[in-house]
Design a protein around this ligand. Sequence first.
Ligand code: SF4
Length: 498
Amino acid sequence: MPTPSTSNPTAPISGCASGRCGSSTQQIDELDASTAQRVQDHPCYSEEAHKYFARMHVAVAPACNIQCNYCNRKYDCSNESRPGVVSEVLTAAQAVKKTLAVAAAIPQMSVLGIAGPGDALANPERTFATFAELSERAPDLKLCLSTNGLMLPRYVDQIAAYHVDHVTITINCIDPEIGAQIYPWIFWNHRRVTGREASEILISQQQKGLEMLVERGILVKVNSVMIPGINDQHLKEVSRVVRAKGAFLHNVMPLISDPAHGTHFGLTGQRGPTPQELKALQDDCAGDMNMMRHCQQCRADAVGMLGEDRGAEFTLEKIEAMQIDEHAAMGRRIALRAAINAELAEKRAARHAASAQVIALHRATVSPGRPVRMAVASSTGAIIDTHFGHAKSFRILEVTADSVHTLGTRAAAQYCGGEADCGEADNTLARTLASLADCEVMLCSRIGIEPWGKLEAAGIRPDGSHAMEDVASAARAVWQAMLESGQLANAPAHQRRA
Ligand code: SF4
């Protein structure tokens, strides 16, 4: 019987090359608290968990009720890792035996999934018999299933009754025209349905099933296969819709297409996406919802940590020879899980404390921009419509990153009062400059050269470039420009003078 590493059982062990595991701790941090708590020991849903916890799929579901153009369940290669591939199909009793054997040998085991090689819900007897027995004999294991969704509405209540925690639905489209290019037929109500009608039924069952699962509090992940030229432009819309209906994660996977696999797409030369195309689509969809990026597209009989396959250690022949103490094994798993979760919680707390410190430091050292006082020449206070020399008063604003606050108005002796006042002009201007001395900017519709120079010399920057604009918007734009040009790093000129 294989034994786990015991020198430091809570140390992360990962079969994944870390470069492939693109999900981040941020991914789990972005989930709401209750979802994050439910997926914290599910290796598929966080980078952290997949280094500590293992999962296995039991291949109890050989039959399928639809045909996808990318699938051929006859093909098996033990060197190949792709959904739909298995070495042994199991009965429910064999699946239970294998699960208990694996869970005894690998105490990091936290999740048991049924993911084929056909469809879990096209084989309901075996699927639910497996869940029924395991929920009695290994109640600490989380149960998952993957489905194409065709029979989902019929089985949602049974799924809930066995406390299945997560369901993955493969949804490649919500448009039956696109679906007709992916699904040549479905088996529905004892008959084979083809073409657009087949896709209409499938899509409607998938959407209904998704809604019913969410209503019952079951976590739903949506898988989509990206097929260039067929659904690549459409998957962003799929992401938007499934998120709106409550799916918590979307996993866009590349089409695996090779003539040797004997699939329709493989034989007709349909290409898969390049890594760049896949990433671009995942980035595009990420605006709409949490994206999973570290899926390993595991075999339907995968065993162990993500990225490793220990299936060969647990063939039916080998597990027959194993002596298993189920209760002791469950005790070990529960103790190990508690230790790992405590360690992860400590790491998360340290991470949060560190980021809080960084934020505090940032706030203390990096000014987000100080307030700027501005004078505005405006007849109404709403629009910058007044020539500096004609202004009877100036509205005084205090402008910050998120507010434009009026401090009051200040009377101005009109600088251009007509010929009779020309001799007084210099005095008038001097009085106005004095009354605006604490302002850094003066916004007006127009201004002459001479007063422009005098304002500048007094440390007040005249600005006539926002003529006839809304006062608040113009003030914000001027503040932003000052921030970006670094003018807000220093105290205002009048304070520096003082
Ligand atoms: S196929 Fe993807 S979702 Fe399923 S166990 Fe592997 S990584 Fe997790």
